[in-house]
Write a protein of this length. Structure first.
Length: 580
Protein backbone atom coordinates (compact mmCIF):
# COMPACT_ATOMS: atom_id res chain seq x y z
CA UNK A 1 0.00 0.00 0.00
CA UNK A 2 1.23 3.49 -0.91
CA UNK A 3 1.20 6.42 1.52
CA UNK A 4 -1.57 8.22 -0.35
CA UNK A 5 -3.77 5.10 -0.13
CA UNK A 6 -3.22 5.01 3.62
CA UNK A 7 -4.26 8.68 3.78
CA UNK A 8 -7.42 7.88 1.81
CA UNK A 9 -8.20 5.03 4.19
CA UNK A 10 -7.93 7.46 7.12
CA UNK A 11 -10.16 9.94 5.29
CA UNK A 12 -12.80 7.23 4.99
CA UNK A 13 -12.61 6.60 8.75
CA UNK A 14 -14.99 9.52 9.30
CA UNK A 15 -16.11 10.46 5.75
CA UNK A 16 -19.01 12.69 6.87
CA UNK A 17 -16.69 14.72 9.07
CA UNK A 18 -14.11 14.99 6.29
CA UNK A 19 -16.71 16.15 3.75
CA UNK A 20 -18.16 18.67 6.20
CA UNK A 21 -14.70 19.93 7.05
CA UNK A 22 -13.78 20.15 3.38
CA UNK A 23 -16.95 22.07 2.45
CA UNK A 24 -16.31 24.53 5.28
CA UNK A 25 -12.71 24.88 4.13
CA UNK A 26 -13.71 25.51 0.52
CA UNK A 27 -16.25 28.16 1.58
CA UNK A 28 -13.73 29.84 3.91
CA UNK A 29 -10.94 29.78 1.35
CA UNK A 30 -13.09 30.73 -1.65
CA UNK A 31 -14.92 33.68 -0.07
CA UNK A 32 -11.90 35.98 -0.79
CA UNK A 33 -12.66 35.49 -4.51
CA UNK A 34 -16.14 36.93 -3.87
CA UNK A 35 -14.65 39.71 -1.76
CA UNK A 36 -12.27 40.58 -4.59
CA UNK A 37 -15.14 40.61 -7.10
CA UNK A 38 -17.28 42.90 -4.89
CA UNK A 39 -14.27 45.20 -4.40
CA UNK A 40 -13.90 45.40 -8.21
CA UNK A 41 -17.56 46.43 -8.54
CA UNK A 42 -17.12 49.11 -5.83
CA UNK A 43 -14.22 50.74 -7.68
CA UNK A 44 -15.89 50.39 -11.07
CA UNK A 45 -19.08 51.94 -9.65
CA UNK A 46 -17.10 54.87 -8.21
CA UNK A 47 -15.31 55.44 -11.54
CA UNK A 48 -18.55 54.95 -13.51
CA UNK A 49 -17.21 51.99 -15.47
CA UNK A 50 -20.00 49.53 -14.57
CA UNK A 51 -23.78 49.47 -14.86
CA UNK A 52 -24.39 47.05 -11.99
CA UNK A 53 -27.67 47.79 -10.18
CA UNK A 54 -26.30 48.13 -6.61
CA UNK A 55 -25.10 51.51 -5.37
CA UNK A 56 -21.78 51.98 -3.54
CA UNK A 57 -23.18 51.89 0.06
CA UNK A 58 -25.08 48.66 -0.73
CA UNK A 59 -21.95 47.08 -2.20
CA UNK A 60 -19.96 48.08 0.92
CA UNK A 61 -22.62 46.50 3.17
CA UNK A 62 -22.49 43.30 1.06
CA UNK A 63 -18.69 43.40 1.35
CA UNK A 64 -18.89 43.75 5.13
CA UNK A 65 -21.40 40.88 5.44
CA UNK A 66 -19.14 38.69 3.28
CA UNK A 67 -16.13 39.47 5.50
CA UNK A 68 -18.19 38.67 8.61
CA UNK A 69 -19.44 35.41 7.07
CA UNK A 70 -15.87 34.36 6.34
CA UNK A 71 -14.90 34.91 9.99
CA UNK A 72 -17.81 32.74 11.15
CA UNK A 73 -17.05 29.97 8.63
CA UNK A 74 -13.34 30.18 9.50
CA UNK A 75 -14.07 29.65 13.22
CA UNK A 76 -16.34 26.63 12.57
CA UNK A 77 -13.81 25.22 10.09
CA UNK A 78 -10.97 25.46 12.63
CA UNK A 79 -13.06 23.62 15.25
CA UNK A 80 -13.76 20.75 12.83
CA UNK A 81 -10.16 20.76 11.64
CA UNK A 82 -8.73 20.43 15.16
CA UNK A 83 -11.15 17.62 15.96
CA UNK A 84 -10.24 15.76 12.77
CA UNK A 85 -6.53 16.25 13.45
CA UNK A 86 -6.97 14.82 16.94
CA UNK A 87 -8.94 11.84 15.60
CA UNK A 88 -6.25 10.98 13.03
CA UNK A 89 -3.53 11.20 15.70
CA UNK A 90 -5.55 9.04 18.10
CA UNK A 91 -6.22 6.44 15.39
CA UNK A 92 -2.54 6.19 14.42
CA UNK A 93 -1.36 5.90 18.01
CA UNK A 94 -4.03 3.33 18.84
CA UNK A 95 -2.99 1.19 15.86
CA UNK A 96 0.67 1.47 16.87
CA UNK A 97 -0.18 0.36 20.41
CA UNK A 98 -2.36 -2.49 19.09
CA UNK A 99 0.56 -3.63 16.94
CA UNK A 100 2.92 -3.66 19.92
CA UNK A 101 0.51 -5.56 22.15
CA UNK A 102 -0.36 -8.08 19.42
CA UNK A 103 3.24 -9.31 19.15
CA UNK A 104 4.97 -11.84 21.43
CA UNK A 105 6.21 -10.01 24.53
CA UNK A 106 9.93 -10.39 23.83
CA UNK A 107 9.49 -8.84 20.36
CA UNK A 108 6.94 -6.18 21.28
CA UNK A 109 9.21 -3.15 21.58
CA UNK A 110 12.47 -3.88 19.81
CA UNK A 111 13.21 -0.22 19.17
CA UNK A 112 14.93 2.04 21.66
CA UNK A 113 12.85 4.28 23.92
CA UNK A 114 13.96 7.31 21.91
CA UNK A 115 12.86 5.77 18.61
CA UNK A 116 9.47 4.84 20.06
CA UNK A 117 8.93 8.32 21.52
CA UNK A 118 9.92 9.90 18.21
CA UNK A 119 7.50 7.61 16.32
CA UNK A 120 4.55 8.21 18.61
CA UNK A 121 5.19 11.96 18.90
CA UNK A 122 7.04 13.41 15.89
CA UNK A 123 6.03 11.05 13.08
CA UNK A 124 2.38 10.91 14.09
CA UNK A 125 2.32 14.72 14.42
CA UNK A 126 3.83 15.01 10.94
CA UNK A 127 1.05 12.83 9.45
CA UNK A 128 -1.60 14.76 11.39
CA UNK A 129 -0.29 18.07 10.06
CA UNK A 130 -0.14 16.76 6.51
CA UNK A 131 -3.70 15.46 6.78
CA UNK A 132 -4.93 18.92 7.80
CA UNK A 133 -2.82 20.56 5.10
CA UNK A 134 -4.41 18.21 2.56
CA UNK A 135 -7.78 19.71 3.48
CA UNK A 136 -6.25 23.17 3.04
CA UNK A 137 -4.64 22.12 -0.25
CA UNK A 138 -7.98 21.05 -1.75
CA UNK A 139 -9.65 24.25 -0.51
CA UNK A 140 -6.82 26.36 -1.86
CA UNK A 141 -7.00 24.60 -5.23
CA UNK A 142 -10.71 25.49 -5.44
CA UNK A 143 -9.92 29.16 -4.77
CA UNK A 144 -7.16 29.12 -7.38
CA UNK A 145 -9.49 27.65 -10.01
CA UNK A 146 -12.21 30.24 -9.24
CA UNK A 147 -9.66 33.05 -9.40
CA UNK A 148 -8.22 31.64 -12.61
CA UNK A 149 -11.69 31.74 -14.20
CA UNK A 150 -12.38 35.32 -13.06
CA UNK A 151 -8.96 36.65 -14.04
CA UNK A 152 -8.91 34.91 -17.44
CA UNK A 153 -12.16 36.69 -18.28
CA UNK A 154 -10.41 40.02 -17.66
CA UNK A 155 -6.91 39.52 -19.14
CA UNK A 156 -5.40 36.24 -20.36
CA UNK A 157 -1.77 37.39 -20.56
CA UNK A 158 -1.58 38.84 -17.03
CA UNK A 159 -3.40 35.80 -15.63
CA UNK A 160 -0.81 33.44 -17.15
CA UNK A 161 1.95 35.52 -15.56
CA UNK A 162 0.13 35.29 -12.20
CA UNK A 163 0.19 31.47 -12.29
CA UNK A 164 3.66 31.00 -13.80
CA UNK A 165 5.43 31.11 -10.37
CA UNK A 166 3.17 28.29 -9.18
CA UNK A 167 4.34 26.03 -12.01
CA UNK A 168 8.01 26.81 -11.35
CA UNK A 169 7.63 26.14 -7.61
CA UNK A 170 6.01 22.73 -8.21
CA UNK A 171 8.92 21.75 -10.51
CA UNK A 172 11.55 22.83 -7.96
CA UNK A 173 9.77 20.99 -5.13
CA UNK A 174 9.76 17.82 -7.23
CA UNK A 175 13.47 18.12 -8.03
CA UNK A 176 14.31 18.66 -4.34
CA UNK A 177 12.34 15.70 -2.98
CA UNK A 178 15.34 13.34 -2.51
CA UNK A 179 17.20 15.85 -0.36
CA UNK A 180 14.05 16.66 1.59
CA UNK A 181 13.65 12.93 2.36
CA UNK A 182 17.30 12.43 3.35
CA UNK A 183 17.52 15.45 5.65
CA UNK A 184 14.24 14.62 7.39
CA UNK A 185 15.30 10.99 7.99
CA UNK A 186 18.65 12.05 9.45
CA UNK A 187 17.05 14.72 11.63
CA UNK A 188 14.44 12.33 13.10
CA UNK A 189 17.04 9.64 13.72
CA UNK A 190 19.27 12.09 15.60
CA UNK A 191 16.33 13.28 17.73
CA UNK A 192 15.47 9.67 18.60
CA UNK A 193 19.09 8.96 19.61
CA UNK A 194 19.12 11.95 21.95
CA UNK A 195 15.77 11.01 23.54
CA UNK A 196 16.94 7.42 24.03
CA UNK A 197 20.22 8.53 25.60
CA UNK A 198 18.43 10.84 28.06
CA UNK A 199 16.09 8.00 29.05
CA UNK A 200 19.06 5.72 29.76
CA UNK A 201 20.79 8.41 31.82
CA UNK A 202 17.71 9.08 33.97
CA UNK A 203 17.33 5.35 34.62
CA UNK A 204 21.02 4.88 35.49
CA UNK A 205 21.83 7.88 37.70
CA UNK A 206 23.02 5.74 40.60
CA UNK A 207 25.26 3.57 38.41
CA UNK A 208 26.80 6.66 36.80
CA UNK A 209 27.55 8.20 40.20
CA UNK A 210 29.04 4.97 41.58
CA UNK A 211 31.32 4.68 38.53
CA UNK A 212 32.22 8.39 38.73
CA UNK A 213 31.19 8.63 35.09
CA UNK A 214 29.55 12.06 35.04
CA UNK A 215 32.24 13.64 32.83
CA UNK A 216 32.05 10.84 30.26
CA UNK A 217 28.25 11.05 30.18
CA UNK A 218 28.36 14.83 29.72
CA UNK A 219 30.89 14.51 26.91
CA UNK A 220 28.76 11.90 25.17
CA UNK A 221 25.66 14.06 25.67
CA UNK A 222 27.44 17.05 24.08
CA UNK A 223 28.57 14.90 21.16
CA UNK A 224 25.02 13.60 20.51
CA UNK A 225 23.63 17.15 20.81
CA UNK A 226 26.21 18.50 18.35
CA UNK A 227 25.35 15.77 15.85
CA UNK A 228 21.62 16.40 16.26
CA UNK A 229 22.15 20.15 15.89
CA UNK A 230 24.09 19.64 12.67
CA UNK A 231 21.53 17.29 11.10
CA UNK A 232 18.49 19.25 12.28
CA UNK A 233 20.07 22.47 11.00
CA UNK A 234 20.49 20.87 7.57
CA UNK A 235 16.83 19.84 7.56
CA UNK A 236 15.56 23.26 8.68
CA UNK A 237 17.99 25.23 6.50
CA UNK A 238 17.09 23.30 3.36
CA UNK A 239 13.39 23.90 4.03
CA UNK A 240 14.04 27.60 4.62
CA UNK A 241 16.17 27.88 1.47
CA UNK A 242 13.34 26.32 -0.53
CA UNK A 243 10.85 28.75 1.02
CA UNK A 244 13.17 31.67 0.20
CA UNK A 245 13.49 30.50 -3.39
CA UNK A 246 9.70 30.16 -3.61
CA UNK A 247 9.18 33.66 -2.21
CA UNK A 248 11.81 35.10 -4.55
CA UNK A 249 10.08 33.55 -7.58
CA UNK A 250 6.74 34.93 -6.40
CA UNK A 251 8.20 38.41 -5.83
CA UNK A 252 9.67 38.51 -9.33
CA UNK A 253 6.33 37.43 -10.73
CA UNK A 254 4.56 40.11 -8.68
CA UNK A 255 6.76 42.86 -10.11
CA UNK A 256 6.14 41.67 -13.66
CA UNK A 257 2.36 41.56 -13.05
CA UNK A 258 2.33 45.12 -11.73
CA UNK A 259 4.23 46.34 -14.79
CA UNK A 260 1.81 44.62 -17.18
CA UNK A 261 -1.19 45.93 -15.19
CA UNK A 262 0.10 49.50 -15.34
CA UNK A 263 0.57 49.23 -19.08
CA UNK A 264 -2.97 47.86 -19.54
CA UNK A 265 -4.37 50.72 -17.43
CA UNK A 266 -2.64 53.29 -19.59
CA UNK A 267 -4.03 51.76 -22.79
CA UNK A 268 -7.57 51.64 -21.34
CA UNK A 269 -7.93 47.84 -21.56
CA UNK A 270 -7.98 47.62 -17.77
CA UNK A 271 -10.47 49.32 -15.46
CA UNK A 272 -9.66 50.51 -11.94
CA UNK A 273 -11.87 47.66 -10.65
CA UNK A 274 -9.95 45.11 -12.77
CA UNK A 275 -6.70 46.39 -11.34
CA UNK A 276 -8.02 46.18 -7.75
CA UNK A 277 -9.20 42.59 -8.37
CA UNK A 278 -5.78 41.58 -9.73
CA UNK A 279 -3.92 43.27 -6.86
CA UNK A 280 -6.23 41.69 -4.28
CA UNK A 281 -6.03 38.25 -5.91
CA UNK A 282 -2.29 38.59 -6.36
CA UNK A 283 -1.75 38.96 -2.59
CA UNK A 284 -3.73 35.81 -1.80
CA UNK A 285 -2.42 33.76 -4.74
CA UNK A 286 1.11 34.71 -3.66
CA UNK A 287 0.51 33.25 -0.20
CA UNK A 288 -1.15 30.16 -1.68
CA UNK A 289 1.68 29.70 -4.17
CA UNK A 290 4.14 29.52 -1.27
CA UNK A 291 1.77 27.05 0.40
CA UNK A 292 1.81 24.79 -2.69
CA UNK A 293 5.61 24.62 -2.48
CA UNK A 294 5.46 23.90 1.24
CA UNK A 295 2.77 21.23 0.74
CA UNK A 296 4.77 19.28 -1.86
CA UNK A 297 7.86 19.41 0.38
CA UNK A 298 5.76 18.26 3.34
CA UNK A 299 4.44 15.34 1.28
CA UNK A 300 7.96 13.90 1.06
CA UNK A 301 8.53 14.50 4.78
CA UNK A 302 5.28 12.67 5.52
CA UNK A 303 6.40 9.72 3.41
CA UNK A 304 9.48 9.57 5.63
CA UNK A 305 7.23 9.43 8.70
CA UNK A 306 5.10 6.65 7.18
CA UNK A 307 8.27 4.69 6.34
CA UNK A 308 9.64 5.17 9.86
CA UNK A 309 6.39 3.89 11.38
CA UNK A 310 6.26 0.83 9.10
CA UNK A 311 9.93 -0.17 9.06
CA UNK A 312 11.07 -3.68 9.93
CA UNK A 313 11.48 -2.93 13.64
CA UNK A 314 7.83 -1.94 14.04
CA UNK A 315 6.60 -4.75 11.75
CA UNK A 316 3.37 -2.92 10.99
CA UNK A 317 2.01 -2.53 7.48
CA UNK A 318 0.35 0.60 6.15
CA UNK A 319 -2.90 -1.38 6.06
CA UNK A 320 -2.64 -2.03 9.81
CA UNK A 321 -1.39 1.48 10.57
CA UNK A 322 -4.42 3.06 8.88
CA UNK A 323 -6.90 0.41 10.03
CA UNK A 324 -10.30 1.83 11.00
CA UNK A 325 -10.48 0.79 14.65
CA UNK A 326 -12.90 2.45 17.09
CA UNK A 327 -11.72 5.39 19.19
CA UNK A 328 -13.77 6.72 22.07
CA UNK A 329 -14.14 10.51 22.25
CA UNK A 330 -17.40 10.82 24.15
CA UNK A 331 -19.85 8.77 26.17
CA UNK A 332 -19.04 5.86 28.45
CA UNK A 333 -15.93 3.85 27.72
CA UNK A 334 -16.40 0.12 27.13
CA UNK A 335 -15.14 -2.28 29.79
CA UNK A 336 -11.61 -3.12 28.71
CA UNK A 337 -10.99 -5.19 31.85
CA UNK A 338 -13.15 -8.11 30.89
CA UNK A 339 -12.75 -10.98 33.28
CA UNK A 340 -10.67 -13.71 31.74
CA UNK A 341 -11.75 -17.32 31.87
CA UNK A 342 -10.00 -19.39 34.54
CA UNK A 343 -8.65 -22.57 33.00
CA UNK A 344 -8.25 -25.05 35.85
CA UNK A 345 -4.92 -26.86 35.64
CA UNK A 346 -4.52 -30.60 35.98
CA UNK A 347 -1.36 -30.98 33.90
CA UNK A 348 0.86 -28.98 31.54
CA UNK A 349 2.86 -30.84 28.91
CA UNK A 350 5.49 -29.60 26.47
CA UNK A 351 6.21 -31.69 23.38
CA UNK A 352 9.14 -31.27 20.94
CA UNK A 353 9.47 -27.50 21.51
CA UNK A 354 12.07 -25.90 19.20
CA UNK A 355 13.28 -22.36 18.73
CA UNK A 356 16.33 -20.68 17.16
CA UNK A 357 17.16 -16.98 17.35
CA UNK A 358 17.46 -15.23 13.99
CA UNK A 359 20.98 -15.33 12.54
CA UNK A 360 22.14 -17.52 15.44
CA UNK A 361 22.45 -21.18 16.35
CA UNK A 362 21.39 -20.47 19.93
CA UNK A 363 17.98 -21.47 21.20
CA UNK A 364 16.25 -24.61 22.44
CA UNK A 365 15.84 -28.00 20.78
CA UNK A 366 13.48 -30.95 21.25
CA UNK A 367 12.18 -29.92 24.69
CA UNK A 368 9.81 -32.40 26.37
CA UNK A 369 8.52 -32.33 29.95
CA UNK A 370 5.34 -32.49 32.00
CA UNK A 371 4.16 -30.48 35.03
CA UNK A 372 1.58 -31.93 37.38
CA UNK A 373 -0.90 -29.90 39.44
CA UNK A 374 0.36 -28.58 42.82
CA UNK A 375 4.00 -29.40 42.03
CA UNK A 376 7.25 -27.41 41.85
CA UNK A 377 9.27 -27.88 38.66
CA UNK A 378 12.70 -26.21 38.51
CA UNK A 379 14.60 -25.51 35.28
CA UNK A 380 18.34 -25.31 35.95
CA UNK A 381 21.53 -25.01 33.92
CA UNK A 382 24.69 -22.99 33.46
CA UNK A 383 24.73 -19.50 31.95
CA UNK A 384 23.57 -19.57 28.31
CA UNK A 385 22.01 -23.03 28.54
CA UNK A 386 18.60 -21.70 27.38
CA UNK A 387 16.62 -21.49 30.63
CA UNK A 388 15.01 -18.07 29.99
CA UNK A 389 14.53 -18.88 26.30
CA UNK A 390 12.59 -22.01 27.26
CA UNK A 391 10.30 -20.11 29.64
CA UNK A 392 9.66 -17.37 27.11
CA UNK A 393 8.76 -19.90 24.43
CA UNK A 394 6.41 -21.71 26.77
CA UNK A 395 4.60 -18.46 27.62
CA UNK A 396 4.47 -17.23 24.02
CA UNK A 397 6.81 -14.31 24.67
CA UNK A 398 8.92 -15.79 21.88
CA UNK A 399 7.22 -17.55 18.99
CA UNK A 400 8.37 -21.17 18.81
CA UNK A 401 9.52 -22.65 15.50
CA UNK A 402 7.74 -25.94 16.22
CA UNK A 403 6.35 -28.02 19.04
CA UNK A 404 3.19 -28.35 21.06
CA UNK A 405 1.99 -27.14 24.46
CA UNK A 406 -0.86 -29.07 26.08
CA UNK A 407 -2.98 -27.75 28.95
CA UNK A 408 -4.99 -30.61 30.45
CA UNK A 409 -4.35 -32.55 27.26
CA UNK A 410 -5.66 -29.81 24.94
CA UNK A 411 -3.37 -27.89 22.59
CA UNK A 412 -2.72 -24.25 23.48
CA UNK A 413 -3.00 -22.48 20.11
CA UNK A 414 -2.01 -18.97 21.18
CA UNK A 415 0.33 -19.20 24.20
CA UNK A 416 0.87 -15.42 24.36
CA UNK A 417 -2.90 -14.89 24.84
CA UNK A 418 -3.49 -18.00 26.98
CA UNK A 419 -0.73 -17.71 29.60
CA UNK A 420 -2.14 -14.71 31.43
CA UNK A 421 -3.91 -14.34 34.79
CA UNK A 422 -5.88 -16.14 36.05
CA UNK A 423 -4.49 -19.07 34.04
CA UNK A 424 -0.88 -18.18 34.78
CA UNK A 425 1.35 -15.35 36.02
CA UNK A 426 5.02 -14.65 35.23
CA UNK A 427 7.86 -12.72 36.83
CA UNK A 428 11.01 -12.24 34.68
CA UNK A 429 14.61 -12.05 35.90
CA UNK A 430 14.40 -8.27 36.20
CA UNK A 431 10.82 -7.37 37.18
CA UNK A 432 9.41 -4.07 35.94
CA UNK A 433 8.05 -1.71 38.56
CA UNK A 434 6.34 1.59 37.84
CA UNK A 435 6.71 5.03 39.35
CA UNK A 436 3.75 4.61 41.70
CA UNK A 437 2.94 3.32 45.18
CA UNK A 438 3.92 -0.18 46.30
CA UNK A 439 0.22 -1.02 46.52
CA UNK A 440 -0.53 0.06 42.94
CA UNK A 441 2.52 -1.84 41.69
CA UNK A 442 1.06 -4.99 43.24
CA UNK A 443 -2.55 -4.44 42.17
CA UNK A 444 -1.94 -3.01 38.68
CA UNK A 445 -5.57 -1.95 38.16
CA UNK A 446 -7.15 -4.70 40.28
CA UNK A 447 -9.81 -3.53 42.72
CA UNK A 448 -8.32 -3.94 46.21
CA UNK A 449 -11.70 -4.89 47.69
CA UNK A 450 -11.81 -7.99 45.45
CA UNK A 451 -8.38 -9.40 46.39
CA UNK A 452 -6.43 -10.32 49.52
CA UNK A 453 -3.36 -8.11 49.24
CA UNK A 454 -2.22 -8.96 52.81
CA UNK A 455 -2.03 -12.65 51.97
CA UNK A 456 -0.09 -11.90 48.78
CA UNK A 457 2.41 -9.76 50.73
CA UNK A 458 2.85 -12.50 53.33
CA UNK A 459 3.41 -15.15 50.64
CA UNK A 460 6.10 -12.90 49.15
CA UNK A 461 7.79 -12.52 52.60
CA UNK A 462 7.29 -8.78 52.29
CA UNK A 463 5.32 -7.92 55.46
CA UNK A 464 8.32 -6.72 57.51
CA UNK A 465 9.67 -4.65 54.62
CA UNK A 466 6.29 -2.90 54.22
CA UNK A 467 6.32 -1.97 57.92
CA UNK A 468 9.71 -0.27 57.57
CA UNK A 469 8.78 1.77 54.49
CA UNK A 470 7.93 5.44 55.14
CA UNK A 471 4.27 5.16 54.17
CA UNK A 472 3.82 1.41 54.10
CA UNK A 473 1.91 0.23 51.03
CA UNK A 474 1.36 3.86 50.02
CA UNK A 475 5.11 4.53 49.70
CA UNK A 476 5.96 5.98 46.31
CA UNK A 477 8.76 4.21 44.45
CA UNK A 478 10.54 5.47 41.37
CA UNK A 479 10.74 3.89 37.93
CA UNK A 480 12.15 0.34 38.13
CA UNK A 481 11.70 0.50 41.93
CA UNK A 482 14.76 2.67 42.62
CA UNK A 483 13.71 3.16 46.29
CA UNK A 484 13.68 -0.60 46.87
CA UNK A 485 16.50 -3.11 47.12
CA UNK A 486 16.84 -5.81 44.48
CA UNK A 487 15.28 -8.39 46.75
CA UNK A 488 12.36 -6.09 47.61
CA UNK A 489 11.74 -5.45 43.91
CA UNK A 490 11.58 -9.20 43.25
CA UNK A 491 9.17 -9.78 46.14
CA UNK A 492 6.86 -6.92 45.10
CA UNK A 493 6.72 -8.57 41.68
CA UNK A 494 6.04 -11.92 43.36
CA UNK A 495 3.20 -10.37 45.40
CA UNK A 496 1.80 -9.05 42.11
CA UNK A 497 1.59 -12.66 40.93
CA UNK A 498 0.17 -14.08 44.17
CA UNK A 499 -2.63 -11.51 44.46
CA UNK A 500 -4.05 -12.76 41.14
CA UNK A 501 -4.21 -16.39 42.39
CA UNK A 502 -3.26 -17.96 39.03
CA UNK A 503 -3.32 -21.66 38.27
CA UNK A 504 0.35 -21.63 37.24
CA UNK A 505 3.17 -19.50 38.70
CA UNK A 506 6.24 -19.02 36.50
CA UNK A 507 9.38 -17.56 38.11
CA UNK A 508 12.56 -16.70 36.23
CA UNK A 509 15.28 -16.63 38.92
CA UNK A 510 12.95 -14.86 41.35
CA UNK A 511 15.19 -15.46 44.38
CA UNK A 512 18.52 -14.39 42.85
CA UNK A 513 18.67 -11.19 44.95
CA UNK A 514 17.38 -12.76 48.19
CA UNK A 515 19.39 -13.85 51.19
CA UNK A 516 19.28 -17.53 52.13
CA UNK A 517 16.82 -17.09 55.01
CA UNK A 518 14.32 -14.97 53.04
CA UNK A 519 14.53 -17.30 50.07
CA UNK A 520 13.84 -20.33 52.25
CA UNK A 521 10.81 -18.61 53.79
CA UNK A 522 9.46 -17.70 50.33
CA UNK A 523 9.60 -21.29 49.07
CA UNK A 524 8.20 -22.68 52.33
CA UNK A 525 5.21 -20.33 52.29
CA UNK A 526 4.65 -20.95 48.61
CA UNK A 527 4.66 -24.72 48.95
CA UNK A 528 2.48 -24.62 52.08
CA UNK A 529 -0.31 -23.42 49.80
CA UNK A 530 -1.39 -26.57 47.99
CA UNK A 531 -3.33 -24.55 45.38
CA UNK A 532 -0.22 -23.38 43.53
CA UNK A 533 1.58 -25.11 40.65
CA UNK A 534 5.04 -23.62 40.06
CA UNK A 535 7.60 -23.56 37.28
CA UNK A 536 10.82 -21.84 38.35
CA UNK A 537 14.16 -21.07 36.75
CA UNK A 538 16.82 -21.32 39.46
CA UNK A 539 20.26 -22.63 40.32
CA UNK A 540 19.75 -21.94 44.04
CA UNK A 541 20.04 -24.95 46.37
CA UNK A 542 16.91 -24.13 48.40
CA UNK A 543 14.75 -24.29 45.24
CA UNK A 544 16.45 -27.43 43.94
CA UNK A 545 15.99 -29.22 47.27
CA UNK A 546 12.24 -28.52 47.32
CA UNK A 547 11.62 -29.36 43.63
CA UNK A 548 9.35 -32.24 42.66
CA UNK A 549 11.07 -32.36 39.27
CA UNK A 550 14.29 -30.75 38.02
CA UNK A 551 14.96 -30.14 34.31
CA UNK A 552 18.69 -29.80 33.58
CA UNK A 553 19.47 -27.84 30.40
CA UNK A 554 22.73 -27.83 28.45
CA UNK A 555 23.26 -25.98 25.17
CA UNK A 556 19.50 -25.62 24.69
CA UNK A 557 18.73 -29.31 25.17
CA UNK A 558 17.45 -31.29 28.16
CA UNK A 559 20.48 -33.11 29.58
CA UNK A 560 18.46 -34.89 32.26
CA UNK A 561 15.43 -34.51 34.51
CA UNK A 562 14.25 -36.02 37.76
CA UNK A 563 14.63 -35.66 41.55
CA UNK A 564 17.70 -33.93 43.01
CA UNK A 565 19.21 -37.10 44.54
CA UNK A 566 18.88 -38.99 41.27
CA UNK A 567 20.48 -36.21 39.26
CA UNK A 568 23.38 -35.74 41.69
CA UNK A 569 24.15 -39.45 41.33
CA UNK A 570 24.00 -39.71 37.54
CA UNK A 571 24.19 -36.23 35.88
CA UNK A 572 27.57 -34.53 35.49
CA UNK A 573 25.94 -31.23 34.57
CA UNK A 574 23.81 -31.28 37.73
CA UNK A 575 26.91 -32.04 39.83
CA UNK A 576 28.65 -29.02 38.27
CA UNK A 577 25.69 -26.74 39.05
CA UNK A 578 25.38 -28.06 42.61
CA UNK A 579 29.12 -27.61 43.19
CA UNK A 580 28.95 -23.95 42.17
Amino acid sequence: MKSYKAMWKMIMYRPAMFITNQILGIITTSLPALIGLITKYVFDKISGETTIGFNVPTLIIILFVTYLSRIVFFYIDICFELLQEFIIGALLRENLFNNIFSKPGADAATKSTGENVSNFRDDVNQIQDFFVNTLDFISTLCYVLISLYLLLKINVMITLVVFTPLTIIVIIAKLARSRITKYRKDSRKATASLTSFLGEVFNSVQAIQVANGEDRIINKFNKICDERQKLTLKDVMFSQVLNSVFKGIVSLGTGLILLLSARSLSTGTFTIGDFSLFVYSLNIITRYTNFFGYYFAQFKQTEVSFNRLTDSNNSISLEKLSENNPIYLKGKLPDFNKKRKRNKLSSLEVKNLNFKYADSEKGIENINFKIEKNSLTVITGTVGSGKTTLVRNLLGLLKSDSGEILWNGETVKNPDKFFMPPSSAYTPQIPHLFSDTVKENILLNLEDNNVDISEAIKSAVMEEDIEHLDNGLDTLIGTKGVKLSGGQQQRVAAARMFVRKPELLVFDDISSALDVETESKLWDRLLENKNYTCLAVSNRRSALKKADNIIVLKDGKIEAQGKLDELLDGCTEMQKIWGN
